[in-house]
Design a protein around this ligand. Structure first.
Ligand code: F6P
Length: 412
């Protein structure tokens, strides 16, 4: 199990550096009243790594009466009272975001109920020049041969995962709430970069073959719905929506389901409000993007594209432990696409797996065929060819955590 105990490890840097920076940024982005500021300060003190090289505080429970107190009470029983740095990394990060929302009053009651503390960063990104450029580039896609169109939309969704706002805090880029400047640091791929550069496992052809040229009815199960478990809003969700439009308009899927988070999470993870903001942004764009936006809007209003926000998507648990109702829902999918690093960690288990462990064996519990689209931003790596792994190790560098490498992994 991955923890943050080793001071030289990546998870340690997330807890010791990224989380305090995030608390400061959220505090600066809103005119929170004194009680909210005090709650944020208390969380910063509890979660800090002290100058003496020890954990400053111990994990506190949720306040009595919190709407999800029972659930977090169960999930946190082994960990409350311990150091944040000794417990599983996945649990610690997930609980940190839950506590941050508590501190800013997101769950109410009160005037800050429902206010997304990450909204200023997400909105700035949507207003940024990078999004405008990426939307304008869609005008060129219809001129490409069909296979290249497939590759372009899948590559957009894959590398869109590199653009997440939380990752930019880790990478030292900070976040920005200034109009017109958000989203410029870090981010997706630059012009001229081939979407396949840096892809260390590429099962894209298997995915397209599975869906089949004749549409979803030709998948082995005959299922006709494509499910996508979203990750970040903004520069990641826009290409995800474009991928869904492409799958629907080319007949690869009859219907689509987009799974989002029920509340703000991991800085930029997409909620229903973010889907609406992104859809509006696409719809308002000139050219082909605007037409795609209009189609997606129609698909949502007609029910061809559904949005769901199951509570399990914010749980600190691996997908192997998904509840029966979610399992039954995903079982209807011709394919479920899992986006991003966190979903990947939950898919295969947030553990120090040998990197050549087969992806299919770790995900055999999943109720439908699945495709993982992930840029690597944490230590977990599986399904690698031994030669590829040897090359990566020889080159050195932070290939596991730097967002420079990606995987497209399919399990039928
Ligand atoms: O947005 P993504 O791709 O899920 O990435 C989130 C990742 O960022 C981190 O929080 C830190 O970079 C990882 O721990 C986490 O897996």
């Amino acid at each position: 199990m991955i923890t943050s105990a080793d001071p030289d490890s990546f998870p340690h840097s997330v807890l010791a550096e990224r989380h305090p920076a995030l608390i400061r940024q959220v505090r600066d982005a809103f005119p929170y009243p004194p009680d909210r500021q005090q709650a944020l300060d208390a969380l910063a003190a509890e979660t800090a790594w002290s100058a003496a090289g020890t954990a400053a505080g111990r994990i506190a429970p949720l306040p009595a009466g919190a709407h999800d107190e029972a659930r977090w009470g169960r999930w946190g029983r082994p960990y409350v009272g311990q150091s944040w740095f000794e417990v599983p990394f996945l649990w610690a990060e997930s609980y940190f975001y839950r506590r941050l929302l508590e501190a800013v009053g997101h769950f109410g009651p009160g005037p800050w109920q429902g206010v997304d503390p990450f909204a200023p960063f997400k909105r700035a990104e949507l207003r940024g020049a990078a999004v405008a450029e990426e939307l304008a580039a869609l005008d060129e896609v219809p001129g490409l041969p069909r296979e290249e169109q497939d590759r372009a939309v899948l590559g957009g969704a894959l590398w869109g995962n590199r653009a997440d706002l939380g990752f930019r805090i880790s990478a030292g880029g900070g976040t920005d709430t200034g109009a017109g400047t958000g989203g410029e640091g870090g981010g997706g791929r630059g012009a001229g970069e081939d979407a396949r550069d840096g892809v260390i496992v590429d099962d894209a052809d298997r995915f397209w073959r599975h869906l089949g040229p004749a549409g979803p009815a030709s998948t082995p199960s005959g299922a006709t719905a494509l499910h996508l478990v979203a990750d970040n809003a903004g520069r990641e969700l826009i290409p995800d929506l474009i991928l869904l439009d492409h799958l629907l308009t080319t007949g690869r899927a009859a219907t689509a389901v987009l799974h989002v988070k029920p509340y703000p999470y991991f800085v930029s993870d997409a909620t229903t409000a973010d889907v609406v903001d992104c859809l509006r942004r696409i719809t308002e764009a000139p050219g082909r993007a605007g037409r795609i936006g209009a189609r997606l809007w129609d698909a949502m209003t007609s029910g061809r594209l559904a949005v769901r926000d199951h509570w399990f998507f914010c749980a600190p648990l691996p997908y192997a432990a998904m509840p029966d109702d979610l399992r039954a829902d995903l079982a209807q999918a011709a394919v479920t696409v899992f986006k991003g690093d966190l979903n990947y960690r939950r898919l295969v288990g947030d553990r120090h797996h040998p990197a050549t462990t087969p992806f299919a064996s770790l995900t055999s519990y999943a109720p439908s065929p699945l495709l993982a689209l992930r840029t690597l931003k944490s230590d977990v790596a599986v399904g690698l060819d031994p030669d590829v792994l040897a090359d990566l190790e020889r080159d050195g560098g932070a290939w596991r955590t730097g967002g420079t490498h990606a995987v497209v992994q399919f399990r039928a």
